[in-house]
Design a protein around this ligand. Structure first.
Ligand code: DP6
Length: 331
């Protein structure tokens, strides 16, 4: 453990991830345990770099996100830092400086890479040696999807059953090189979403008549996705992923008041991917709580898919990435 009279500093990169079998709903709000497990892929080229600098001279934590002081996000960050401080036995405050290389909070899972990078940087800055599973549990307290960004490649988040959340963590299923899929992100809006995932899913649990069916029908999807990844069965992964995505959005849309995260271009992108697949191009879509469409394809097909998506009115950019690694310490 670091000498706590000294300032400690560390920088960590965490990558964004995209769930193929989605997380939507919480079991315990305080512990932030999910009501369902999830399976994701970690994206190589979409990341958050975070520096945590603990400084005895600071009276409060500070958060700079993409160069802007974000008092509105500070509470959530401080609560996560408190967990790390408790582990380290200190109450020194920290300045957190975070940069995303992609649009923040437009359904591109910035909280996933953000909280994974935060716990990675804060634990390292305080000299704690945490096993990846412990980091995943800490990251989950910040944001459920962040638990998955601790790891690279294909990742499964277990919902767990323990009352203290100790078995609610992510772990790797297969590394990025095992099945080198490509992921495309069609950007259809760059504004922050109106209702974030956390409040959105809580509202779905309270008001959607489809929420119970969403939770009850989830375990076979996880099982199918696991089987598809183990066998590198693209058709099977495509079918289960699109189904999980549409079930999640059915629960969201049937929430009161409704949560419609899509815009017109999102729907046009969805139809484009389906038509290309019907024509033989191995691709499928998924959409998180935002208007961006993510398309996953086998390597070699990303060029054609990118030009098709880029040609859709309302699509301002299409990012292409391969799968990437988990947390990385930066100098
Ligand atoms: C639609 O992880 O952002 O992206 O735990 O409240 O921070 P909190 O929610 P968050 O929810 C992500 C929801 C999703 C699906 C997914 O990533 O599995």
């Amino acid at each position: 453990m670091a000498s706590l009279s000294e300032a400690g500093q560390a920088r960590v990169r965490a990558r964004s991830n995209i769930a193929l079998v989605k997380y939507w709903g919480k079991a315990d709000r305080k512990l932030n345990t999910p009501a369902v497990g999830s399976i994701s892929v970690t994206l190589n080229d979409l990341w958050t770099d975070t520096e945590a600098r603990f400084d005895p001279a600071l009276e409060t934590d500070r958060l700079l996100l993409n160069g802007v002081e974000r008092a509105d996000q500070l509470d959530r960050v401080s609560r996560c830092l408190d967990l790390v401080r408790e582990l380290a036995g200190t109450d020194i405050r920290a300045k957190v400086t975070s940069e995303n290389n992609f649009p923040t909070a437009a359904g591109l899972a910035s909280s996933a890479s953000g909280f994974a990078a935060l716990v990675g940087a804060a634990t390292a800055a305080l000299g704690l040696t945490c096993a990846p599973r412990e980091l995943s549990i800490l990251a989950r307290r910040g944001s459920g999807s962040a638990a998955r960004s601790v790891f690279g490649g294909f990742v499964e988040m277990h919902k767990g059953t323990a009352a203290d959340g100790s078995d609610s963590f992510a772990e790797p299923l297969a590394d990025a090189a095992t099945w080198p899929l490509k992921v495309l992100v069609a950007i259809t809006a760059r504004t922050e979403k109106a209702v974030g995932s956390g409040p959105g899913m809580s509202r779905s649990a309270e008001t959607s008549p489809y929420y119970a069916a969403w939770v009850a029908s989830h375990p076979p999807d996880l099982e199918t996705a696991r089987r598809a990844i183990a066998a590198c069965d693209f058709e099977l992964l495509a079918e289960v992923s699109e189904s999980s995505c549409l079930k999640m959005h059915a629960a969201a849309m049937s929430t009161r008041p409704p949560l419609v995260y899509w815009n017109g271009a999102t729907v046009d992108c969805l139809n484009c991917v389906r038509e290309l697949r019907a024509g033989g191009l191995p691709a499928f879509f998924t959409i998180d709580a935002g208007p961006q469409l993510k398309a996953i394809c086998l390597p070699g097909h990303e060029g054609r898919l990118k030009s098709a998506l880029a040609g859709i009115p309302g699509v301002s950019d299409v990012l292409v990435t391969e799968l990437g690694p988990g947390l990385e310490r930066l100098e």
